[in-house]
Design a protein around this ligand. Structure first.
Ligand code: HMG
Ligand code: MG
Length: 302
């Protein structure tokens, strides 16, 4: 088990990209600022993708211009191609995320290209981004199950991970896009990738559709994974994976990590207040069980 974990907050991007009604730019900015005030060291801020594909992220440049950049905090943004990279750089991004997939069907639905075509685009993005001094993270979707192809072989994940590594991605994220993984499978996939890429450079990204996310995270921690993506209040889903629920709630991950004595540098009570803020705006209750329980306890004066 690691003694410290880096939490990568993806709510403002992975969470809000999935909202049916548009969320005001000011709210996104306020959310990001509050998340960093709670101590989150990395907040995925937005995505420079096609506004026709994901209209929720169309205000990407305004979000980047409006946030208060806290020293020491990273604000990575998704970019699918050179056009996205150019726009991200113009908006002042210092870190970008390329996102591929372990299956052909998901690659086609999410980015309208084959896995190989996507990797060729990312290679161009990496080369240019690294030359300009940006950091590049690489995400791999559907590593533990695909909504179109079902079971995914660990080898398919390893192949994409090695390509992203060779391009210079400093961190590679193994994602359970539709939240179907179970802990045994999680362990197998992380162990397979870790044969080629040091585990310190791997991250886990779990959605909680089947209620397995914390168990999967525990399995990933057992493999030595020390970077975890999560989303405040469990916001989100994926527009190209129908039925997939949000990312695991950051509050729930923190409650577990605190119990395990693993440091994150994040203030859980402040984070719960951030969850209250965004849930208040969206007009819905939090998906975080830890937040609900701790608030009930506080109300009861215990
Ligand atoms: P395409 O339609 O094949 O692109 O989309 P194209 O190159 O043929 O261009 C078509 C139009 O899009 C053109 O405009 C381009 O300029 C424009 P038009 O001439 O028609 O007016 N365009 C862009 N505009 C803004 N920014 C850009 C951009 N690129 C082209 N970067 C494309 C291909 C990849 C662009 C599209 O499929 C796309 O944007 N996909 C993104 C989908 C997405 O954001 N999905 C959600 C994020 S991934 C995720 O959530 C998974 C993750 O959480 C991990 C996990 O859980 O698995 C990360
Ligand atoms: Mg996701």
């Amino acid at each position: 088990m690691p003694t410290k974990v880096k939490l990568v907050e993806v709510g403002p991007r992975d969470g809000l990209q999935n909202e049916a009604t548009p969320v005001a730019t000011d709210v996104k900015i306020e959310l990001i600022n509050r998340l960093t005030d709670a101590g989150l060291p990395v907040v995925e801020a937005t995505a420079f993708v096609s506004p026709k594909w994901v209209p929720q992220m169309a205000d990407n440049a305004q979000v980047m211009a409006g946030i208060r950049r806290k020293p020491g905090v990273s604000y990575p943004v998704l970019v699918p191609n050179k056009k996205g990279l150019d726009a991200a750089i113009a908006a002042g991004a210092e870190e970008v995320v390329v996102f591929g997939a372990a299956t052909e069907s998901f690659s086609k639905r999410n980015t309208n290209c084959t896995i190989a075509e996507g990797l060729a685009r990312f290679s161009q993005v990496c080369e240019e981004a690294l030359a300009k001094g940006l950091k590049v993270r690489g995400d791999i979707s559907v590593c533990l199950g695909c909504p179109y192809e079902g079971e995914v072989q660990p080898d398919a994940v390893v192949r994409v991970a090695r390509e992203l590594d060779a391009m210079g991605c400093y961190e590679i994220t193994v994602a359970d896009t539709i939240g179907v993984a179970t802990p045994g499978k999680t362990r197998v996939v992380f162990e397979a990738v870790a044969k080629y890429i040091p585990v310190e450079r791997l991250a886990g990204h779990f959605h909680d559709t089947y209620g397995q996310a914390l168990a999967n995270i525990y399995a990933a921690l057992g493999c030595g994974v020390a970077t975890l993506d999560s989303s405040v209040a469990g916001l989100g889903g994926c527009p190209y994976a129908k039925g997939a629920t949000g990312n695991v709630a950051t509050e729930d991950v923190m409650y577990m990590l605190n119990g395990l004595g693993i440091e994150t540098g994040v203030d859980l009570h402040k984070l719960i207040a951030v969850g209250d803020y965004i849930c208040g705006v969206l007009g819905r209750p939090t998906h975080s069980k830890a937040a609900r329980a701790l608030k009930a306890k506080a109300r009861a004066g215990q």
